[in-house]
Ligand binder design. Structure first.
Ligand code: FES
Length: 171
């Protein structure tokens, strides 16, 4: 399924280079320590960590791209696929599963026109609506098990979630 991305494609610019160089300058002992800050800059600006951006970060830090990819795949907070403008992460760990997170995911997909059925969630965990505005992904425990089901919408946290709450959060 194709969708319209709300994020620009990855490209370098004098501003991006300057921002990265500033972050790297904080780690004068070992510039490879700037890998997380640089990946955060990329994800914030471009929505996800593309292969091109991995190459760019590797070059900035004088590392092999595989070293950057290892970091990206280690942290679940880094995305390798473009999300929608509103990216909903639905916790599916035990308390939230018992609290109905699977049903919530189904209802969210219905509400936002997301076809998760024909996606391959194992290889493409992020499913995006055709308009590019909404996307969903299952997440593991978001550390609020007593208020299940729990979701993150971009960087904002929501507890005891239902579809109406998500509709308001995605406006
Ligand atoms: S199980 Fe969902 S927040 Fe812990």
């Amino acid at each position: 399924m194709t969708s319209v991305s709300p994020f620009p494609p990855f490209t370098t610019s004098p501003e991006l280079e300057a921002e990265a160089d500033k972050r790297i300058s904080h780690y004068s002992e070992s510039k490879r320590s700037a890998v997380l800050p640089l990946l955060h800059i990329v994800q914030h600006k471009f929505g996800f960590i593309s292969p091109e951006s991995i190459d760019w970060v590797a070059k900035k830090l004088d590392l092999e791209p595989i070293k950057i990819l290892e970091v990206v795949t280690f942290y679940p907070g880094f995305r390798q696929y473009a999300p929608g403008k509103y990216h909903i992460r639905v916790c599916r760990t035990l308390s939230c599963a018992l609290g109905g997170s699977a049903e919530l995911m189904e209802d969210l997909c219905k509400e936002f026109g997301i076809d998760r059925e024909s996606a391959d969630p194992h290889h493409h965990p992020i499913c995006v609506s055709p308009c590019g505005k909404y996307s969903v992904e299952f997440a593991e425990c978001l550390a609020s098990c007593g208020t299940a089901p729990v979701c993150l919408v971009n960087d904002d946290f929501y507890e005891a979630v239902d579809v109406e709450m998500m509709k308001k959060a995605c406006k």
